[in-house]
Write a protein that binds this ligand. Sequence first.
Ligand code: SAM
Length: 361
Amino acid sequence: MKPDEILLWLKETGEARLEELWARADAVRAREVGPAVHLRGLIEIGNHCVRQCLYCGINACAPGVTRYRMTGPEILDCASEAHRLGYGSVVIQAGEDPGFSRTFIEGLVRTIKATTPLAVTLSLGERRDDELRCWKDAGADRYLLRFETSDPELYTRIHPSLPGTLSDRFAQLDRMRAMGYEIGTGVMVGIPGQTWETLARDIDAFRRFDMDMIGVGPFLPSPRTPLGGPEAAGFMAPADRQVPNDELTTLKAVALTRLVCPQANIPSTTALATLNTRTGRELGLSRGANVVMPNVTPPAYRVLYEIYPGKACIHETAQMCQGCMEGRIRSLGRILGKGPGGRGSHLESVSESCPAAPELP
Ligand code: SAM
């Protein structure tokens, strides 16, 4: 599909045509990655951040944020809980925080890999190559780094570089792929300044870079940030060109992402579930997505990882999340994925229910 066609679909409003889009995305999902929905346990290990991203509620300048860093044992407890719940992988995410040193993360990865069969995904922002290589050598499987927007000018405005460096997330994604990581990326839908053409090019970039994992969620304004207050007006594209940060546009972007990247792992995001707490997750899963990331961060920390307000599932324990997710997945006639769920895992067997996980040593 060419960017022009992506653009037409993004602007489509006809109900019958949209039904066709949903059906095509679901058929491609079924054919290319099968019925399994993979669960990744998300561990938000800290909310310190050196960046000043204009959209993010935990950016370095955001007022009123109580900062935390989880300890090694706390993080390992969360990983073992994810394993106990039958998940095949964990995502270790944080603000961009040099306080999480190369050796600290290396130790975490080595321990998780030595004591569980979990796949480990890291999402720690822009880090040095020696760190990324060290974590790969320690056993990390995947790295998530959203490029946020493919428009370089918009990117520079909303994601300022650190002094003396030039932020280039595409280049880091390339380098990580060469190191052997499965790479994940994504964008926010409806970020101020994002035009329809930009979003079409973002989706085309997923295809061109053959991304392994792609997260597409709505931009949700945080009042702690410049883009969540009156300043946002100055960033908006003209009304007829600005992409809205709504559910329908996000679902179109998810469906189109599936069509251009048939074999990618695509989550039904928490941000989408936040816009529509009742059926957001299910709509994402039935319109192209095949992954969900239940939060296994202890609730006391989870509330502090407030990148935007009103985040779905903020107070539930990992156990509660698990029951709820299983029910939602089964209600769609889908099945729980088994094992690490990497790219190409549809070729492995799938399980009807969560397997009883062996005890950790
Ligand atoms: N520090 C790492 C990084 O920058 O990649 C990982 C953490 S960062 C908080 C994870 C993602 O949250 C970002 O890539 C961004 O797309 C998303 N995000 C941040 N603020 C958001 C907002 N206001 N609405 C929706 N998504 C947001």
